[in-house]
Design a protein around this ligand. Sequence first.
Ligand code: GLU
Length: 377
Amino acid sequence: MPIQSLLDFRDPDVCKRMVIKIGSALLVDNSGRVEVEWLRTIVNEIWTAREMGMDVVVVSSGSIAIGAKQLDFEQGGRRTLAEAQASASVGQIELASVWRQLLAERGLVAAQMLLTLDDFENRRRYLNISATLRRLLRSGVVPVVNENDTIATGEIRFGDNDRLAARVAQACEADGVILLTDVDGLYDKHPDEPDAERLDEVDGVTQEIHDMADGGSSSGLGSGGMTAKLLAAEIAERAGIALAILNGKPENPIARAMAAQAGTLFLPQRDETGRRGWIGGRMRFAGSIKVDDGCVQALRNGKSVLAAGIINAEGDFDRGDIIPVYDIAGNLVAKGLVEYDVSDVEAIMGKQSNEQEAILGHAPRSAVMHRDHLVLM
Ligand code: GLU
């Protein structure tokens, strides 16, 4: 049974493993110091969860904010990429040391994992992340994960730890993700507006839900805001993982939010684990294809992508790449493994199977994207 309510996060029979993500605005004060006393209450909550028999993985932001103060950089260290990277290297060593010390006070062993978007996009490296996380958890260790901001650049960055947390949850097959932030959850309009209302539960992230996300982070310290949290929720919901956005500002925030039932819970929608889950969570692509309405309908009925239904191919993808499939209006329909490189797709698109052999010079594959290697979005 997947998590169905906030209280399920405290039931070790339902939530055996959870990821807790802590944003920069909570962890670091305005003078760049770690909020140690507050963090001690979080560590206490982690310890309680461990005592109840749950595994906990932490995703901790804060390195850039801490390092920027030490280096006297403006704009929280985010003025230039080089300054962000330098800030992250200075800040991360302190961040890790605080975690190690506070977890040790409760008899817990900390492990540091610094990961990049590419580590999750590459199947072998993803499996490595997964194996390391599992091994650490089996030994009762608390992994503390952050993006490797010193080397992650531009378009190969997550940039926000929300999606990183969702990908980590997928990699370790967690039951739930808690995003601790500086607001109570998702509001239907900017939370500062007097009639803004918090959503208790979201049963599937829709366009309407995305439209509510302009509220964002009030602090300016982190980089995620609500948009990134919804993208994280989408990754989680497809992987059968519940995700909760809770206000982390008070002490013992998780216990408080659970007791008050205050927060927004995103319910799991599907259960795509393993390789299919990994395909669905992929974020960076070498290209894409566009298909006609008939093909979209066929996909929704569990069929493969045939060349006849393709109307456009873009980018520079190779056979074996995972690429997205868009409909005519540009909506994302699926992601899947493509059986041809882009030039072959361009040559055979719109053609029936019996016409393809003459074009390709060899017998065509059964599909351009086989349904076994494809995930609907
Ligand atoms: N990885 C960044 C840091 O440690 C934080 C990213 C975010 O704000 O979510 O500072």
